[in-house]
Design a protein around this ligand. Structure first.
Ligand code: PGA
Length: 268
């Protein structure tokens, strides 16, 4: 049975301990009968509330951080290491999200160092890549994604390649309610597969999950995930709505347990 990935990126939300507790109550209620089959669910929470999430998430839901620093300890004011995250019960981390590239001016080199350090420390790495609106308008989306991915993977040792998940998030689709067509997503998926294969070989490339992110809702899963042969989704705003997040988990589970009526890219 295929396993789909559902990752909620809460970004800089919820904004207080009370709001976190309300969110976690609702999420536990959503999954009160256990997690649906065939879906690996993860929530990426803000740093100050990681410990609260670690103890309050429904059983079986993974905890991710939204950023990490590449050094292990020392004079790096404001930074957080992979070991600190692991110590809090975090199992994976988002690296290279477009909002980090934009607001924190993260470069490809920073992202490569973060991905390598997190993977070496035993964290799963959700590597976010995606073209800008200008790059797509000029037909450069494949090159842009291949360049970002090539740079980001350059420092990750092959032995840790299986810790990588790639999230294709076109920047123009994040927070905009605009989504690419399944054909557009699928063609970038092929570019991603090729870039991972160039770095780690074909067997590993087939094992690395590729997710879509950017304005995903439960009703758009057929276009953004199933028809585009993706392995799951990275969800921003809608992950803040527990019943919508639960609907997505159920839809992914139904698809996983239905036995793959849509061709899987691994077998194309
Ligand atoms: P969105 O965000 O679902 O709100 O578009 C996705 C993301 O930034 O990961």
């Amino acid at each position: 049975m295929k396993t789909y990935h559902l990752i909620g990126n809460l970004k800089m939300n919820p904004v207080s301990r009370d709001a976190v507790d309300r969110y976690l109550d609702m999420l536990r209620h959503e999954f009160v009968d256990g997690l649906p089959e065939g879906v690996a669910i993860t929530v990426a929470a803000p740093f100050p509330y990681l410990e609260r999430f670690a103890s309050g998430l429904p059983e079986g839901v993974g905890l991710a951080a939204q950023d990490v620093f590449w050094e292990g300890e020392g004079a790096y004011t404001g930074e957080v290491s992979s070991a600190m995250l692991r110590d809090l019960g975090v199992s994976s981390v988002l690296v290279g999200h477009s909002e980090r590239r934009r607001y924190a001016r993260e470069s490809d080199d920073d992202i490569a160092k973060k991905a390598a350090a997190a993977a070496e420390a035993g964290l799963g790495v959700v590597l976010c890549v995606g073209e800008t609106a200008e790059e797509r308008a000029s037909g450069r989306e494949a090159d842009a994604v291949a360049e970002q991915l090539g740079a980001a993977l350059s420092g990750v040792p092959s032995v840790h390649a299986r810790r990588i998940v790639v999230a294709y998030e076109p920047r123009w689709a994040i927070g905009t309610d605009r989504v690419p067509t399944p054909e557009e997503i699928l063609s970038v998926r092929i570019v991603i597969r090729r870039a991972v294969a160039e770095r780690f070989g074909h067997d590993t490339a087939e094992a690395v999950p590729v997710l879509y992110g950017g304005s995903v809702r439960a009703v758009s899963l057929p276009e953004t995930c199933f028809d585009a042969a993706m392995d799951g989704v990275l969800v921003g705003r809608e992950s803040l709505v527990p019943d919508e997040f639960g609907r997505m988990a159920c839809a992914l589970s139904e698809r996983a347990t239905a036995g793959g009526t849509v061709p899987d890219i691994d077998r194309i």
